[in-house]
Design a protein around this ligand. Structure first.
Ligand code: NAD
Length: 376
């Protein structure tokens, strides 16, 4: 069975689904592999490296898609690329299924069997396949680095002959995978860190990284949903959060927001009044920008100045660390594939919880992704 690794087409995407060192395990499992010429270049892997690892190089996407029965990608294909997929072929990538219904319909109409890596369950058995966690870790790390670069201050405390520099104060809102990595990175750079999450059970993890957990009083609510994710709340709840977080935001030099709820717009946790209370030169990095943002005024993929506060709405931070992001993706995607492999063939067991949770199109039908598109 031939596996195809296409070049990612989305502008600004530097990652590749499988790096050259990931080719040998695929061949050993009994697959053949074809790689589109230049697929690894943005992540600094050459065609020659893939060739030496035993892959065939296809000159263009058309030739790759003609040969491959299984496509391993990072991001969802656009509609033009989806039309290149062979009927009855298999697609494995991040599909953002809650917000990509037309693409799912298109894939189903072409009888493509598609697996959404975004839906890998957050279970111990699926840990090695957990693309979202691997990429969220990079996002948290990069968010702090870009915040530090935009901040007109030092991060660490310094005692110099020219005087004492006080450490930067960092606030992390949302202490999931990205938030915990942001806390660890800010601590390593010497900042004093506070963090908040609506799931009270993360307090211990926050404190184990040397940060203070902020406890606020919000209306009584069920905050922890399935799979360890947060549950969406009503506007009165978010208003109470904003009111009680306002002082913490005002005293922070850098705020990193990561709050999200699967399949929903990002909750608004910082409004314009809160931004106005921040010191001039402060920075807010909004990692939820793609889902509408946690901050009022976030602009997708832009850095804006709001009364002297820099608000960063960049998305796809993992693409800015393409070598290691691609290395982690290779491990995640290969583990996912091997869970469905028998004798060099793809043989998905529909009773397997990982297979059933991620299969989004099958036998011409869309199985997931029926939720409404983002409206805010
Ligand atoms: P996520 O990206 O969906 O959300 C980020 C964080 O935002 C979460 O911690 C969430 O609680 C928080 N949040 C949502 N709404 C908020 C609000 N209004 N105010 C403040 N915070 C808010 O989540 P994630 O980081 O992908 O993962 C969440 C959890 O999933 C993890 O902490 C863990 O419990 C679980 N998980 C389990 C595994 C595993 O078992 N293998 C792997 C990864 C994650």
């Amino acid at each position: 069975m031939m596996i195809g690794i296409p070049r990612e087409r989305k502008s600004g995407e530097n990652r590749v689904a499988i790096i050259p060192s990931g080719i040998t395990p695929l061949l050993e499992a009994g697959y053949e592999v074809v790689v589109e010429s230049g697929a690894g270049l943005p992540a600094h892997f050459s065609d020659d490296e893939y060739r030496h690892a035993g892959a065939i190089i296809a000159g263009d996407a058309e030739s790759l898609y003609r040969q491959a029965q299984v496509i391993l990608k990072v991001l969802a294909p656009d509609s033009e690329e989806a039309d290149l997929l062979q009927p009855e072929s298999t697609l494995i990538c991040l599909l953002d299924p809650w917000f990509n219904r037309p693409l799912l319909e298109q894939l189903a109409a072409r009888s493509v069997q598609a697996f959404a890596l975004d839906l890998v369950p957050r279970t111990t058995r699926a840990q090695s396949m957990d693309v979202l966690s691997a990429m969220a870790g990079i996002s948290g790390y990069r968010a702090v680095l870009s915040g530090a670069m935009a901040l007109p201050r030092y991060f660490p405390m310094l005692m110099t002959a020219a005087g004492t520099i006080h450490p930067a104060r960092v606030l992390v809102i949302g202490a999931g995978v990205a938030g915990l990595m942001a806390i660890a990175t800010a601590r390593r750079l010497g900042a004093v860190v506070e963090a908040y999450d609506l799931r009270p059970e993360v307090k211990e993890q926050v404190e184990s990284l040397g940060a203070d957990f902020i406890a606020i009083e919000v209306p009584e609510a069920d905050t922890s949903g399935d799979g360890g994710y947060a549950k969406a709340q009503d506007e009165a709840f978010y208003a109470a959060q904003r009111q009680q977080l306002a002082d913490c935001v005002a005293r922070a030099d850098l705020v990193v927001t990561t709050a999200s709820v699967p399949g929903k717009p990002a909750p608004k946790l910082i409004d314009q009044d809160m931004l106005h209370r921040m010191k001039g030169g402060s920075v807010v990095v909004d990692l939820a920008a793609e889902r509408g943002g946690n901050v009022e005024g976030t602009r997708l993929n832009q850095k804006v100045d709001i009364d002297g506060v820099t608000l960063v709405g960049h998305v796809n931070h993992p693409s800015r660390v393409p070598v290691h992001a691609s290395q982690l993706l290779t491990r995640n995607i290969s583990a996912f594939l091997f869970n469905m492999t028998e004798d060099g063939h793809l043989a998905p067991d529909l009773d397997d919880d990982i297979v059933s949770a991620t299969l989004v199109t099958h036998h011409g039908q869309v199985l997931h992704g029926a939720q409404p598109e983002i409206t805010e």
